[in-house]
Structures are given as structure tokens and as C-alpha cells.
Design a protein around this ligand. Sequence first.
Ligand code: NAD
Ligand code: AHE
Ligand code: ZN
Length: 368
Amino acid sequence: MKTRAAVAFEPKKPLEIVEVDLEGPKAGEVLVEIMATGICHTDAYTLDGFDSEGIFPSILGHEGAGLVREVGAGVTSVKPGDHVIPLYTPECRQCKSCLSRKTNLCTHIRATQGKGLMPDGTSRFSYKGQTIFHYMGCSTFSNFTVLPEIAVAKIREDAPFDTSCYIGCGVTTGVGSVIFSAKVEPGANCVVFGLGGIGLNVIQGLRMVGADKIVGVDINPSKEEWGRRFGMTHFVNPKDVGDIVAHLVNLTGGGADYSFDCTGNTTVMRQALECCHRGWGTSIIIGVAEAGKEISTRPFQLVTGRVWKGSAFGGARGRTDVPKIVDWYMEKKIEIDPMITHRMPLEKINDAFDLMHRGQSIRSVVVY
Ligand code: NAD
Ligand code: AHE
Ligand code: ZN
């Protein structure tokens, strides 16, 4: 079939809206009509050529919601008409990682996914006879896409597509990092670096679990109002203080119980670790750093009990946890609607990247 898609032909170039060819689902795969997709900073990072796994030409996008239109042989868990969210972190429930119960990082199809291919080692997308690669196993910047069955979460049918798509990455990553990865307890003092589409969801996750101080840090002063809107109790602009680490240790009465990096900046990651409380403070890296970047700190920071961790997709097990997070949204336990600052047709998708780079959006959503 033909489908409209925004193709990343080359790094650092605007996406081009073209009609691509899409092969139907093979065994164990499903064809999904994407109804809406968010634009996450990770899409921009890959388009800008910072991802060591970045492949071109490809169809980016990993924060979608849509409808199953066709299923391949052997598919049993979803059927045509089901509402689904594509999962860049699938859940096979059979691999060593899934069975360990220690991680959400299913390994069943990770190798081919990282090469921009379906599990059988081929792509379903092409343009004028040339292969177009999948992205993060999702490619939601295409109106229709093909996904492995283990990479779709079936969700309730009353959840609107143009807001619940955000649960495909940003909401789950932020809220899940608090609940599943850090396991923040009520009364904890926390610091969140970077109040964008991820950081604001960390903040609302902290509010939900009853954190005490929720300190937000951002170099963009317009983010203060946003942070307060979702539960931030204190705001710090690093440009307004001298030693940011000392300032945060003082503000949290000795150091944060938990801190979160939602910037992808390795200097900030170090600050996030070092503002943690001696003896127990835990810092969670969520931000994705540019290829070649490394983190550093004095080992003494860890010897004296600070803990450095990371979180992918908020530690959420996609097929199990995503439907629950959709319920939390529909039951108004978490908010999404105010964070969707811009909606646009696919033809305007490049505007979403401009808005993000200018710090003028929280989430832009393409509605097909
Ligand atoms: P965003 O652009 O919406 O937000 C980033 C925020 O960080 C902005 O408000 C910006 O002003 C702020 N910032 C930038 N530099 C800063 C600094 N030096 N100090 C303080 N604040 C600073 O991006 P987003 O969509 O929220 O994504 C944030 C990061 O999370 C990205 O690196 C993205 O790739 C990553 N991410 C990771 C996962 C995961 O599973 N681990 C999932 C989604 C996104
Ligand atoms: N491909 C990059 C790393 C990118 C990355 O870390 N991605 C996160 C999700 S970001 C979503 O917006 C992730 O889930 N990582 C785990 C995984 O298996 O990819 C690189 O450095 O090679
Ligand atoms: Zn993302």
C-alpha cells in the first residue's frame, strides 16, 4: 500500500512529506493506522545526527497512538479495530530480560530494531524502490506503519488519540521514572533538571507520589510557570546562582533524595548526581547524550553513598503498564492536555522541531 510519511532522507535536513510504499504485516506483525504522534526531543537528536544508532533515510517518530488495521499470521493479542500505542520498548514476556523481572528492557527484537529493520531483518518501507528504514521500531511519522505484535500496547477506546499518544514516550518516561525506576517515597526531596516534555512529567509523577520539595532547574526562565503548574515547589535558573550544586544541596536541606536529568547534557548529569544527599541520594539519568559524550564524577561521590542510575521508557513494561497509565490519565490522576501546546498536520511537522529548539513548546502533536 501507499502511505503518507515524513521522511528523514539526511541528517540535519528538514523532513520531506512523500508517499512511501509500505508492505503489509508478515507473521507476528500488525499494520497500524497512526492517528496522532508527538515529537520528542529524541527525534530531534536523531535528525540532528547525534544518535550513534541513527540511520538514514528513515521514518522517525516513536510517540504515537492509532488503530490496528490488519494483523499478520499468528497474531492473537490484538485484532483490527483495536486502539494501540506503539512501543519502542517492546514486552515479549519470554526473553531473559522480561523473565528476570529486573528490567523493562526486552531484548527479543532489540538487535534488528537498532538497525532500523523488522525482526526478520527487512524493512517494510520503501520509496522509489529505495529502502527506507524504521526508527525505534515505531516510525510514527508515517500515517500507516507495521509493528511487531509484542511492540503494541492495547489501550481503552475512549482515550483520545491526540493526547494519549504522549503516553507512547514522554508521559510514561517521566511518570514511570519516578514510580518504576526511582520508586520515590512520599516526603522525598527531589530535584528535576530540564523542564521540557519529560521533566514536567517527572514533576507530575513526584506530585502524584507525594514528594515534599520538588525543585525544578532550567536555563529557560519561561519554564518556571510550567513547572509550578504541575507541582514544582521551587525553581532554580542556574544562570542566577553561583555554584548550582551547593545551592541545591542547601535548598534541599543537605541534598536531594532523588534527582533526575531530563536534559541529555553530561555536565548537568554530573550536577544532578552531586546535588544528591550523602549516603543515599539517587540520581536517575533520563536524558540521552550525544554520541561520543561521557559522564564523569569523583568516585568519592559514589563511595559516600550516592547512586547513579538510568531509566529508559520510565522503567515501564509496555504492554502491561501503558494501558494502566492511560487509565491514570482518563481518571485524571495525571494531566496531559495542558502539555500539548501545539497541534499540526503532517505537512507542518518541521515546525514542531523549530518550536522545540526555540523552547516554545512542551509537546507538539501531529494529527493525521
Ligand atoms: P525538551 O527539549 O522538551 O526539554 C529539555 C529541557 O531542558 C528544556 O526545557 C531546556 O530548556 C532544558 N535544558 C537544556 N539545557 C539545560 C541545562 N544546561 N540546564 C538546565 N536545563 C536545561 O526535551 P524532552 O522531550 O523533555 O527530552 C529531554 C531529554 O530526555 C532528551 O535528551 C531526550 O532525548 C531524553 N529522553 C529520554 C527518554 C528515555 O527513555 N530515557 C525518553 C524520552 C526522552
Ligand atoms: N540509540 C542511542 C540511545 C537512545 C536512547 O537511549 N533511547 C532511549 C529512549 S529515548 C526515547 O525518547 C532508550 O530506550 N534506550 C534503550 C534502548 O535500548 O535503546 C544510542 O546512544 O545508541
Ligand atoms: Zn521519546
